[in-house]
Design a protein. Structure first.
Lengths: 471, 1022
């Protein structure tokens, strides 16, 4: 008996255990779901598409860092970064280190969004209706193109610098990643290949969104696709196409200039005159001028431009006299800058709204693009360059010009779109120069220093990637 | 554990009694005080008892037998009965005792029979020390166990590394087992500064600690054993009168070291030079004057103020601790109850750790066969915490402020930055950074932990020597973190009219252990021990958090008063572990020893295709001094050799690391969204470590000199690696079992009893050498923070980066060695000013080459003096904040360390400090410039105590009385110029990213120095 009891106990414990333990080990995640369950139906695909916009909202991309870092890299003395973060300092000195963590974070976030769009596109047929499918495809391709366009401009040589057909751009990844294999060690496509893909995708997207119309209120529209195409063509110097695309982007009665420039940044003509930041200042409602904006709320996203630029936040960026002297007397756009005193520098008021939306594409940009493209092409698609520039000037409270020059158009553009992430692309396509803030030495538009390095973490992870010249 | 077993062993022996006699007696120490709980065993049998509270015992033995009397911390004595019946035994203090019981996994073994490598510590090593958690007390006391307190912040995570780091992406902390129950050791902090769940265990409740180091001792914990296993046994009651112990201790803390920063005059001089060197508008004298005046609160003379900001956040602060425990009981029921209140203020303002701990340990002998009991601890700790080292608001970052900035702004009469005097609104642009004092003034961050840890057990004697034991344990840790930031902090957090954050997390686990243990001796010569059992463990962490802004006033601090809820979340994650384990130990004539163990672990963390792992180990030992040719030899009184080989695992990684996952946390401005979250791996499993160990235990001159030598090698393969993947995939890492690394080393311990008698002097020395090397990563290098890296052929975390070549005497530019390969294959030692062109090369190793400690103990009459000196050598430290504050204003206006006064000034200057150029980036890139040697020796603790003679104590109705003074971290010997060489910044090593935690070692980043503590204490027993 004495020997049977322990024997039985052992048997019960061991065998009973074996039977049930496989069940016990079958613990399922609660906060996440298996990838295999992620695309069961139409609303799953819609949710994945929303996730693409959320990706764009990342601080590393259009939440602010992309605009901020490229502006600092291009700047020749309009602004001064006075904060302690080394990443923007390196950009301002035009001496980016390959280990710059922001350059790496932007790359990772960009391809994260690209993978999200690729997941949507791979499952697009699961959307219920053809209209939904058209919308989903259009929106995903718009988002993918937006990210590729900024990637290739930041990490590759400019379109007009040498031979785009052989200059390395960024790797084109057009299918979702389900597993990482040797083939995941992609190589860089050429600048031209990336542009070609962008134009193909955007052309498709514009057509699909004419059919579909977008799945959400914040969705990219056919006008956003046209606006992005206008940017792409302008960067390539394809002026007729740029003028045509910019014209399409504003060819709707639902889009127009706001009466007051500051309305794009939450201000009214009344509250802009107070020196402090008005309580409740917000940019959370899109205005008639917005073609595409990154939505930010107190619960969703970060407005990193508010963090860096706003004078009641880090106040890390001061606006220099060189920029402030560009304004003609009476220019109401100057109200978006604080007045410097003997002890206090000037700050921009464009990003004073905490949790403010970030206006990525506006009608004013398209008018200026149409004006410039028409002027350079010698055409008047949609409107004359003079009419477009005067529309911008009139809104700013400035007298109309009687004749227009390229310099006048570019000056309006510089003022209108200042500190919104346009400078780097503009100085490159216009073959302007910038300056080393330490030595004041001129830096040519096509200098290696004005191209982001391929992040060190990426070169480390993927031996097939070739570093940019100069790094 | 020992005390649970012994009575059962007594029962086991009862039926075997035949011709017996009763012996009785009393066990005392050399000072005449009773030794309760000593084990008295009839040699070669399992017949024995323990002494009662007065040291008395009574036992029936065979007339010709021999008694073995032993107790932890004393040398065992062997006395032939020879017909006598009264034995008054005086035990000598000892650290080497072969009969001593050693707590091992699921049982105990005698030291003599042990064939594994186990470091043992007792209550004396961890009791009454002015620290929050016991690990802090054992640094330098256990060979092969490296302990690092990340900073002088209280209640923070502590790195414990047993025989090196064996994992890159899994946790490297050991498994902690308290009274048989593996406990929660997960960091639940919602900041990147880890908290330490082990601090919930009152160090004064600890009876003994066993650190299982080699595979033969640890493999019974299978897939969790690679990092070593720390077995903690708490104090238990002993039969006899009820004893009370009261402990009172008080004292104060202060920082070990402060760093030298520029004073006002130096700041103005050097900043002016840097601005002039920058040129353009920066160099215009009027602009410089305006700038300096702006920094100096608007006064015209920038030298008006000279503020030492460091002194504003480092302080001298108090420590107090009160202990009360009661223990005792009858032969049938024994108890140990304790309570503690401890409160320690930090050396950094606003930091405080407060703990109330209680323990109930109860053992009951229900029948001859059945006993059961309870171990339970309930703790509440309240930690007033600080932000992580990388936050603008962390107090130590105050050193960035200019010394010319006044502490109190003359324009507002308030702390600089509290108000903007021109607008009356909170702070804009003055001082040039957010002033961390504002977070102390207007913010709070309180972490409250409630912990209930315990188990019930029942033990049944089935037949002679065969015991079945069942344990049901639970560990519940509830952590609440409550943060409020008032309006005055708005510059740091946004102008939101207050900011509140509240999170609750519960980490609960249930453990069931069922096992048989069998112990018997056959034909006198063959002794056998067997253990066989199962274990089931299931754990669940769940939590939620809410963040809100817009409070009516700073008087409202809870989130029900927030007008806007800006974030909220909840989560749940869990795992299960099903295990079978077995161990056998056989000894022939007590001198030839063989052991073996195995564990089969099934874990829900493992991939679907790889659910179960088996972890076997074997060992042999030979107690040479028991051989006839050595027996009785007093010169070589102990000689034992042992060797072991076994396999252990590590499954200390994310609960769902093997799964392909999508996350639904990608909503966009109120619309739900989802996103890809993780790449999976169905064959993901444990990391395997095969460990070889050979040991020698020796005793000379009747064990006046004794010690151990161990040599080991741990080969870890199938590393659970969070491998970098091309970011173009949309992911940055994936988990795979690839790559291998190796730790190998040598451990030495030596104890000499230099003087015995009235005056005793004992010296204990231990030293460990560990070499860590990554053999293969099967893929790209893994980059850590700063320059830390995992790279094949290098130790884990090696600093790999540009090599600084000093300053060009011609122009003051920082230079870096190219270290590229010339066409002819030679190394190009040419230099460049472009750090991007400098090849990344190994420039420092954060892993200590060797660590050790020396403890000297002196006693004379009632006095005792113990001093522990520890040493850490051969490691380097990367000063991650130096690119901000040791670069001659090349990164902006942050105040600089005084060594920057040695900067290059004119052609021909020979110096290592480049030309000061305001915002110039000259020499600011991460390089070997910021690497320093981290060697240090430290007088860790000195305790001087006086024990009242028991005759005197008894007059005051006391059993014992002890008065002591102690100093902790009294002296530090180092050439390191930073705050403190015992450093590891919390925001890279305390995160939930274990890859970063393992790789990013040896970083200082505005990290607070350690505390130096002085206390006076009194212990009374009655």
């Amino acid at each position: 008996m004495k020997k049977i009891v322990p024997g039985l106990l052992t048997a019960v414990l061991l065998l009973g255990g074996l039977e049930s333990c496989n069940n016990k080990l079958n613990v399922q995640p609660v906060s996440y779901i298996d990838t295999a369950q992620a695309f069961n139906n139409s609303s799953d695909v819609q949710a994945a598409l929303v996730g693409c916009y959320t990706g764009l909202q990342s601080a590393n991309l259009y939440g602010g860092y992309l605009q901020f870092m490229t502006d600092l890299l291009a700047d020749n003395g309009d602004e001064s970064f006075v904060g302690t973060f080394t990443q923007p300092q390196e950009a301002q000195r035009k001496a980016l280190l390959i280990t710059n963590s922001q350059i790496s974070a932007t790359w990772l976030s960009a391809y994260d969004v690209i993978n999200r769009t690729n997941n949507v596109l791979a499952n697009i047929n699961k959307l219920d209706t053809p209209a939904q499918q058209a919308s989903g495809e259009g929106e995903a391709k718009f988002i993918r193109s937006l990210v590729y366009f900024d990637l290739v401009r930041a990490y590759g040589k400019a379109w007009n610098d040498g031979t785009p057909a052989s200059n390395p751009g960024v790797p084109l990844v057009l299918a979702p990643t389900l597993t990482v294999t040797a083939e995941s060690n992609v190589s860089r496509n050429t600048v031209a290949e990336v542009y070609t893909q962008i134009i193909t995708d955007l052309t498709t997207a514009e057509a699909k969104l004419i059919t579909g119309g977008g799945l959400n209120s914040f969705s990219a529209t056919r006008y956003a696709c046209a606006a992005l195409l206008a940017r792409v063509y302008l960067q390539q110097g394809n002026y007729p196409a740029a003028a045509a695309a910019a014209n399409r982007a504003v060819s709707t009665t639902s889009l127009a200039l706001n009466g007051f420039y500051g309305a794009n940044f939450g201000y009214t003509t009344a509250n802009v005159s107070t020196s402090s930041i008005p309580a409740g200042l917000t940019t959370n409602a899109n205005t008639v001028e917005d073609i595409f904006a990154i939505q930010v709320t107190a619960q969703s996203g970060t407005n990193q431009l508010n963090t860096f630029y706003a004078r009641n936040r880090r106040a890390d960026v001061t606006i220099q006299p060189q920029f402030l002297t560009l304004f003609e007397a009476g220019d109401s756009r100057a109200l978006l800058y604080t007045t410097p005193t003997a002890t206090t520098p000037a700050y921009t008021r464009k990003y004073d709204a905490l949790y403010g939306n970030i206006k990525l594409m506006r009608v004013d940009e398209m008018l200026l693009t149409r004006a410039e493209a028409n002027f350079r092409a010698g055409t008047t698609t949609g409107a004359t360059p003079l009419a477009d520039v005067n529309a911008i000037r009139a809104r700013a409270g400035l007298p109309a010009l009687t004749t227009v020059t390229l310099a006048a158009i570019l000056k309006e553009r510089r003022i209108e779109l200042a500190f919104e992430g346009f400078r780097l692309g503009d100085i490159k396509r216009n073959m302007e120069s910038t300056a080393d803030p330490l030595t004041n030495a001129t830096i040519a538009w096509n200098a290696n220093r004005l191209v982001f390095p391929i992040p060190f973490r990426e070169i480390n992870a993927n031996p097939n990637l070739v570093q940019n010249a100069g790094y | 554990m020992r005390n649970i077993f012994t009575p059962l062993l007594v029962m086991a022996a009862l039926p075997a009694l035949a011709q017996t006699q009763v012996v009785n007696g009393r066990v005392t120490g050399t000072d005449g005080s009773p030794v309760p709980g000593a084990t008295i065993v009839e040699r070669g049998t399992t017949n024995g008892v323990t002494s009662n509270a007065d040291g008395g015992f009574s036992l029936s033995v065979k007339p010709g037998s021999t008694l073995v009397i032993s107790s932890v911390g004393f040398a065992a004595q062997t006395i032939p009965v020879s017909g006598r019946s009264r034995f008054d035994v005086v035990l000598q203090n000892s650290t080497t005792d072969l009969a001593e019981a050693v707590v091992v996994g699921y049982g105990t073994q005698t030291k003599a029979d042990l064939t594994g490598s186990v470091a043992q510590l007792t209550s004396k090593d961890v009791g009454d020390q002015p620290v929050q958690s016991f690990e802090q007390s054992i640094q330098g006391k256990a060979a092969g166990v490296f302990i690092e307190n990340s900073s002088g912040k209280l209640g923070q995570g502590i790195r414990v590394r047993v025989r090196g780091v064996s994992s890159i992406s899994g946790s490297s902390q050991p498994l902690y087992v308290v009274d048989g129950v593996p406990v929660v050791a997960d960091n639940l902090s919602s900041t990147t500064a880890a908290t330490n769940p082990i601090a919930d265990i009152n160090p004064n409740d600890i009876e003994s600690i066993s650190v299982l180091k080699d595979a033969s001792s640890s493999a019974i914990y299978g897939s969790r054993a690679t990092n070593g296993v720390v077995l903690i046994t708490t104090k238990r009651g002993k039969a006899g009168g009820t004893r009370f112990n009261v402990g009172i201790q008080g004292g104060f803390n202060e920082p070990t070291h402060k760093r030298d920063f520029l004073n006002s005059q130096e700041y103005v001089m050097l900043l002016t030079e840097a601005l002039v060197n920058r040129g353009t508008t920066f160099a215009v004298p009027a602009n410089i004057a305006t700038r300096l005046s702006g920094y100096a609160g608007g006064v015209a003379d920038p030298l008006t103020y000279d503020t030492n900001w460091q002194d504003q956040v480092l302080q001298r602060a108090g420590f107090q601790q009160y202990d009360l425990n009661a223990s005792g009981g009858t032969e049938k029921t024994r108890f140990y109850f304790s309570g503690q209140y401890s409160k320690q203020k930090g050396i950094i303002v606003s930091n405080q750790y407060e703990r109330i701990a209680s323990r109930f340990n109860l053992d009951h002998q229900a029948t001859d066969r059945l006993s059961f009991g309870l171990n339970l601890t309930a703790t509440r700790s309240v930690n007033n915490r600080l932000p992580n080292d990388n936050a603008f608001s962390t107090p130590m970052q105050i050193v960035a402020l200019a010394p010319i900035t006044p502490l109190i702004d003359p324009r507002s009469g308030q702390v600089s930055g509290a108000l903007d005097p021109t607008t009356g609104l909170p702070n804009t642009g003055f001082p040039f950074y957010y002033n961390p004092l504002l977070s102390i003034q207007g913010g709070s961050y309180v972490t409250t932990v409630y912990r209930l840890l315990g188990n019930v057990y029942a033990q049944l004697k089935l037949t002679k020597g065969l015991i079945f034991r069942s344990e049901l344990g639970t560990d519940v840790l509830n952590q609440n973190e409550e943060q409020y930031l008032g309006r005055v902090t708005s510059r740091n957090t946004g102008n939101t009219n207050g900011y509140g954050f509240n999170t609750n997390q519960t980490n609960a686990k249930v453990i069931v252990n069922n096992y048989f243990s069998y112990k018997n001796t056959f034909a006198e010569n063959h002794s056998l021990e067997l253990t066989l059992g199962t274990s089931y463990e299931s754990a669940r962490i769940s939590g939620n958090s809410v963040t809100g802004t817009q409070f009516a006033s700073d008087s409202y601090r809870t989130l029900d008063n927030a007008a806007q809820i800006t974030a909220g979340s909840s989560f749940t994650t869990s795992y299960a572990l099903v295990s079978y384990f077995a161990r056998a130990a056989y000894a022939f004539q007590g001198k030839y020893l063989v052991g073996g163990s195995a564990r089969l672990d099934g874990s829900s963390r493992f991939g679907a295709e790889r659910r179960y792992g088996i972890f076997p180990a074997g060992s042999i030992g030979w107690l040479i001094s028991e051989e006839d040719f050595l027996k009785g030899n007093t010169t070589l009184s102990l000689l034992k050799v042992r060797a072991s080989l076994g396999k252990t695992g590590n499954q200390n990684f994310g609960n769902f690391a093997s799964r392909n996952l999508f996350a639904g946390n990608a909503g966009y401005a109120g619309t739900p969204g989802q996103r890809p979250y993780q790449l999976g791996n169905d064959v993901l499993g444990w990391e395997s470590t095969v460990q070889y160990d050979a040991g020698l235990e020796y005793g000379l001159f009747n064990n006046r000199i004794s010690g151990e030598v161990d040599i080991y090698r741990k080969n870890t393969t199938g590393l659970l690696l969070s491998q970098p993947v091309p970011g173009t995939s949309g992911f940055s890492v994936r988990n795979a079992n690839v790559g291998s690394l190796r730790n190998q080393g040598l451990e030495l311990t030596l104890t000499t009893r230099n003087f015995v008698g009235d005056f005793t002097w004992t010296t204990s020395v231990n030293a460990s050498v560990n070499q860590n090397k990554i053999l293969d990563l099967a893929g790209p290098d893994i980059l850590g923070s700063f320059l830390n890296r995992a790279q094949a052929g290098q130790p884990l975390g090696e600093f790999i980066g540009p090599e600084y070549a000093g300053v060009d005497p011609a122009n003051g530019n920082a230079l870096y060695y190219l270290n590229s390969t010339n066409a002819d294959g030679t190394l190009n030692r040419g230099t460049t000013t472009n750090i991007n062109l400098a090849t990344n090369v190994p420039i420092g190793n954060p892993n200590p080459r060797w660590t050790g400690g020396i403890t000297n103990t002196f006693t004379y009459k009632g006095f005792d003096l113990t001093a522990t000196l520890i040493g850490v050598f051969g490691n380097q430290i990367y000063d991650g904040a130096a690119p901000f504050f040791s670069v001659g204003f090349n990164n902006g206006y942050d105040n600089q360390t005084r060594d920057q006064l040695n900067r290059w000034q004119k052609p021909g200057d020979i110096t290592n400090v480049p030309k000061a150029i305001y915002g110039g980036g000259n020499g600011t890139g991460q390089s070997s410039r910021f690497v320093q040697n981290g060697d240090y020796g430290r007088l860790r603790s000195v305790v001087l105590g006086y024990n009242l003679p028991s005759s005197l104590a008894k007059r005051g109705f006391l059993q014992s009385a002890r008065l002591f003074v102690q100093g902790y971290n009294l002296l530090t010997f180092t050439k390191y110029t930073g705050w403190d060489p015992e450093v590891s910044t919390d925001y890279t090593t305390g995160t939930n990213n274990t890859t970063s935690n393992n790789i990013s070692q040896g970083i200082s980043f505005y990290t607070a120095p350690q505390a130096r503590t002085y206390t006076v204490g009194l212990n009374l027993g009655f």
